[in-house]
Design a protein around this ligand. Sequence first.
Ligand SMILES: Cc1ncc(COP(=O)(O)O)c(C=O)c1O
Length: 435
Amino acid sequence: MNHSTNNTLKELRVKYIPPGHGSITSSYVASAKGTLVRDVEGREFIDFTSGIGVMNVGHSHPKVVAAIKDQAEKFTHTCFMVMPYEPVVTLAEKLCAATPGAFPKTVLFINSGAEAVENAVKIARYYTKRPAVIAFENGYHGRTLLTMSLTSKVKPYKFGFGPFAPEVYRMPFAYCYRCPFGLSYPGCDVICADYLKEFFISHVAAEKTAAVIAEPITGEGGFITPPPEYFPKLIKICRDNGILFIGDEIQTGMGRTGRMFAMEHWNVEPDLMTVAKSLAAGMPLSAVVGRKEIMEVVHPFGLGGTYGGNPIACRAGLAVMEIFEEENLLQAAEALGKNLRKRFDAFQKEYELIGEVRGMGPMLALELVKDRETKEPATDEAKALVKFCYENGLIILACGNFGNIIRALMPLVITDEQLDRGLAIMEEGLASLSK
Ligand SMILES: Cc1ncc(COP(=O)(O)O)c(C=O)c1O
């Protein structure tokens, strides 16, 4: 029996947890199932966050739970670097088949998204023997020294934490709603991709650049979705210059956009890909999936870590793969995406506050603006909407450099009834803000 209340836990938290590790809500979770989360006081919430894009197969999916229990009873850890085991190898095989590109690939398993990005950069530098990495404005890649340096937004991610890692350069991204070049698509001819060539002159030489790293759709950066020509153009410039392209699919991957990996929408194949979040349904597991000829250059024991490819996490990952196959989750994601787009488009027609609806599949966001002409970010309104939703039983997150973008990251297994209920709360919130 749990006698804790949100307030008693808050008291303990204030005493023992640093404020730097904040939480969006003040409820403490007791249990979660599918799309529903219940707090220690019995209050139920519809979850439109999936724990920031982690629970694509839903909370505590029975297959994931069974795999975790079964593996815990067998063994929990030997360290892959000491004595390897089957789940790492079989999950690697599945991931290689599921990621874009028919070429031979191998997989390195580590623990977090940031660690995957760190390793992708290590491998790219080793392979190319070049130091520089080009990242993007509005990009997010994590909170470790290197990944924080690759991340764009200053507050709260970077402020006070410098100096940053060297040899990181940052280009504008294909943010059509607020074009950094002041142009509009398609008349712009997607020069934001061609700009990479100029970047080699004014910022860093191509022959010193190991990799360009980009999210297909920016996650924390506001679901910015480049036009169809963008990645093919960008990657061609990379290839012409011997630069590797790293696709950071940590938030967009594992079915989030209606495809297993978002880069499929652009029909491009990254040289290295980072995968984490929904890979193992909440177990800490991440991966670098890459072209075999690139991955295999690193000397034995040059990569790894104590927990990398933990057996329980890999069994959870195998269960996730099984769920995608057996429960047709990609089709469900596509249908969810269509439904959600229709509903969000209708919101935009009704509420002036919504400047743009964007994203792909069910990875959709609303950019809130005070005025559709000036596009002044409606940061306070986004905050108020998140608060309204929470108070009325829906957890949802804001994102973007101005915090004015509301993003949908619900589990892909959400039922129509749960979706309707969640959207009704959102709409009530939008209506109350539009008075
Ligand atoms: C695109 C992307 N890359 C990297 C990361 C970092 O992952 P982690 O928080 O697991 O280190 C995130 C996390 O939100 C992300 O969205």
